[in-house]
Design a protein around this ligand. Structure first.
Ligand code: ZN
Length: 297
């Protein structure tokens, strides 16, 4: 195997640090970046340093348990989060954690990221999970990503920020930038008053493109054949435990239709999922309509 050019990797980490800071994704000394050099050696950014102004000599080295091996500065306290991801996904080389404001707003509202709105987002991101909240720094916090890490390349950390990962530092960062831009567009279009969703057919076309281009998507995995692809079905089972609830954004139209028919015909023709989520959506739809009617008085 080719030996990695460590100086070049450190330069790349500094460059991504500059982008994170310039984008406003890491206030003060927030955010951290890592790169896996080998079996038991990981480069990571130091604590208490602004990520916008690092030079390669700032970068530390740790082992896979987080013990510092070299570097003049103390390693980030969040390194266990990075290592938890690298342990679960050996092909992952780099992890980027920061606090991009728009994605973090969804983390604070505990609002799931609506799907079936923008083509690129469907292709690149798919369903984005939100973890259960834990105090940052320890192993318990790092372990909050475990239920999701094998099904996605970007995770929202409840009341905290985001973490994304890939085969290079730049790719690890991409998902964060794409996610935050998407969250921003969602918030802006909601302010304009309407968010239009793709139909299920339009989304299936995008997913076909995605698999043609060789990108994996949990919605195409075995067992998900009958899922409602616009309904955040991949990670929806985790919502209750994490306090995630759809409040700000309407459910996608396919779900609203399904609930409608279920109320008329008793049991809906259904997509193979249990009655639970449909019933929940029905209650949500009724609640929304009652509230809308009340507000019109
Ligand atoms: Zn953080």
């Amino acid at each position: 195997m080719e030996k990695p050019n460590i100086h070049k990797l450190k330069q790349e980490m500094c460059e991504i640090g500059r982008r994170i800071y310039a984008k406003g994704f890491a206030a003060g000394n927030d955010g951290n970046i890592s790169f896996r050099l080998g079996e038991n050696e990981v480069l990571c950014t130091p604590t208490m340093v602004c990520k916008g102004f690092m030079s390669p000599d700032y970068i530390c080295t740790v082992d896979m348990e987080g013990k510092q091996l070299s570097g003049n500065r103390k390693r980030t306290s969040e390194v266990l989060l990075h290592l938890a991801i690298m342990k679960e996904r050996p092909e992952i080389k780099s992890v980027v954690h920061c606090h991009p404001p728009h994605a973090t707003a969804f983390a604070v509202a505990r609002e799931p990221i609506p799907q079936c709105v923008l083509p690129e987002v469907e292709v690149f991101l798919g369903d984005v999970p939100i973890t259960k909240y834990e105090t940052p720094g320890g192993q318990k916090f790092a372990d909050t990503i475990l239920p999701f890490v094998k099904k996605t390349n970007v995770i929202i950390l409840a009341n905290h920020g985001t973490v994304s990962f890939g085969e290079t530092v730049e790719k690890a960062y991409w998902w964060t930038e794409i996610l935050d831009a998407y969250c921003r567009i969602l918030m802006l279009s909601k302010q304009l008053g309407r968010v239009s969703y793709f139909s299920e057919g339009e989304t299936r076309e995008l997913l076909d493109l995605k698999s043609k281009w060789g990108y994996a998507d949990a919605r195409l995995a075995p067992g998900m054949e009958n899922c409602d692809i616009c309904a955040n079905d991949v990670f929806r089972d985790s919502w209750q435990a994490s306090g995630i609830e759809r409040k700000a954004f309407d459910p996608p139209p396919s779900m609203a239709r399904k609930s409608g028919s279920a109320s008329n015909a008793g049991v809906g023709s259904s997509s193979g999922s249990s009655a639970g989520p449909d019933a929940e959506t029905l209650i949500q739809t009724i609640t929304d309509r009652v509230l809308a009617a009340l507000s019109q008085r």
